[in-house]
Design a protein around this ligand. Structure first.
Ligand SMILES: *Cc1c(COP(=O)(O)O)cnc(C)c1O
Length: 441
């Protein structure tokens, strides 16, 4: 069960902090580094166990996730118009399955184990399924059932689900359809649901923020910029900061920027255009419902090259509105062109990411241009997934083959590959090769 039987809203994990042992200051967590041979101290999730205390230690499922990096990128700082040393990339692609989803999966598996679940299912744009398949195959605790929309999943991700042995059900529809069906099927068959409607996933994802703070020596940055799809990440970040503030472990919260793809911009439309707010929990649902009815009437489906955020009906809308409220948030939309240009800049600056992740950098750039983010602000962009997740988009961007470019990207409204690094074609001839290298290097 993931929703309240009475009102239908998603369940939320709440703690009675007064009765729990909570560290007096965040740097107490550093003591755990010395005990790294204990899996609960090694994991980047469970090192912060006191802040997600729903789990009994004996139930914890960890495969060593959360060894991720906060990288100050001057190349990206220059691109977004921020100051050198003030723009950071939180690289979650380093997780075992290559995306931030492992943060939540470790927590959901821990809960599933505590209730003795034998099968787990998800609908996925790819990374949740890759993560679920990874946790199933490594831990051997459950069998994975995965629902994907047809033709809507990047090859790197699908390859993980298939190779890791998950039962993969391809539905003739998109993610929103798959999400709807997986809810029905899990209810009917009593299968544990690991989509981010599962509140324990969000508990695990809070730790991304703890690791950001840890890397900044427990100083709160000015901005967290994150791509928004199903809005689990943004929701969990808001919860993390609200709790830290409540516990007196931080004295202020950062501002939150959630970035939609323009082709899947429900949150942007509702929050920025129609003024829908958390409003103390009294969300204006009639406006939201009317918006969805309009989408349906127009036959509009989510459409973006950033497949991980190609979602029009974000399940965590309410919790995300709460996060935006806590963190004085803003929402922006960026085009596929902006996403791919930003992605090329992220890659050229060191660590590559998949298209959805680059929405954060494109969004930071937009907010800098608008003057919402100030030049000296400390900005953390979350790189949600690894570069190798979606090689099709990357290769098409850098290709010299115009037909391939048009097929993959032109259909998305992408016109230019401004930052392409094109392969140099040369004859199989030593002199020609040497000439080319001298010409281009
Ligand atoms: C799942 C995913 C997202 C979207 O995150 P939400 O929590 O659903 O908003 C963004 N980027 C990548 C790489 C993802 O896998």
């Amino acid at each position: 069960m993931v929703a309240c039987p009475k009102c239908g809203s998603l369940l939320d994990v709440c703690y009675d902090w007064a009765r729990l042992p909570v560290p007096k200051s965040l740097d107490e967590f550093e003591a755990k580094w010395e005990r790294r041979s204990d899996p609960l101290c090694f994991s980047g999730i469970w090192r912060f166990h006191e802040l997600l205390p729903f789990a009994k230690p004996e139930h914890v499922v960890t495969i060593g996730e959360g060894q991720t990096l906060l990288h100050a990128s001057d190349g990206v700082a220059k691109y977004v118009g921020g100051r050198s040393g003030r723009v950071f990339l939180q690289y979650e692609g380093l997780n075992p399955s290559g995306s931030f989803k492992d943060n939540g999966m470790s927590a959901a598996f821990t809960h599933a184990r505590s209730i003795g679940a034998r099968r787990a299912a998800c609908a996925s744009t790819g990374n949740t399924s890759a993560s679920l398949a990874t946790y199933c195959s490594v831990s051997r605790l459950m069998k994975a059932v995965i629902f994907v929309g047809s033709g809507k999943i990047a090859f790197g991700k699908l390859s993980q689900a298939l190779e890791l042995g998950a039962l993969t059900v391809q539905i003739a529809g998109d993610f929103d359809d798959a999400m709807h069906r997986v809810g029905e099927v899990t209810k009917r068959l009593g299968i544990y649901l690991v989509n981010s409607v599962n509140p324990f996933r969000l508990e695990g994802q809070k730790t991304i923020m703890y690791r950001v703070l840890e890397a900044l020596r427990w100083e709160v940055p000015d901005w967290i910029v994150v791509p928004g799809g199903n809005l689990g990440n943004s929701s969990s970040f808001g919860k993390a900061f609200a709790e830290l503030k409540q516990l007196g472990l931080i004295d202020r919260v950062p501002r939150l920027a959630v970035i939609n793809a323009a082709g899947a911009n429900t949150l942007f439309q509702l929050y920025e255009k129609q003024g829908v707010r958390w409003n103390g929990g009294k969300i204006d649902w009639p406006t939201v419902e009317a918006y969805y009815r309009k989408l349906d009437a127009a036959g509009r489906r989510a459409s973006t090259i950033a497949s991980a955020i190609e979602i029009n009906r974000p399940v965590n809308l309410a919790k995300c509105l709460r996060a935006l409220d806590v963190c004085d948030g803003v929402v922006r939309e960026v085009s596929d062109q902006e996403i791919l240009d930003a992605k090329a800049q992220v890659g050229a600056s060191g660590m590559g990411c998949e298209p959805a992740s680059a929405a954060s950098v494109a969004g930071a750039r937009l907010l800098r241009r608008e003057g919402v983010i100030e030049p000296g602000d400390r900005v953390v962009c979350i790189l949600t997934g690894h570069q190798l997740k979606d090689p099709t988009a990357t290769v098409a961007y850098h290709t010299t083959d115009q037909a391939e470019f048009n097929r993959v990207l032109g259909s998305r409204g992408v016109r230019r590959a401004t930052h392409a690094n094109r392969a140099v074609a040369v004859a199989n001839d030593l002199d020609e090769i040497i000439k080319a290298i001298q010409l281009y290097s």
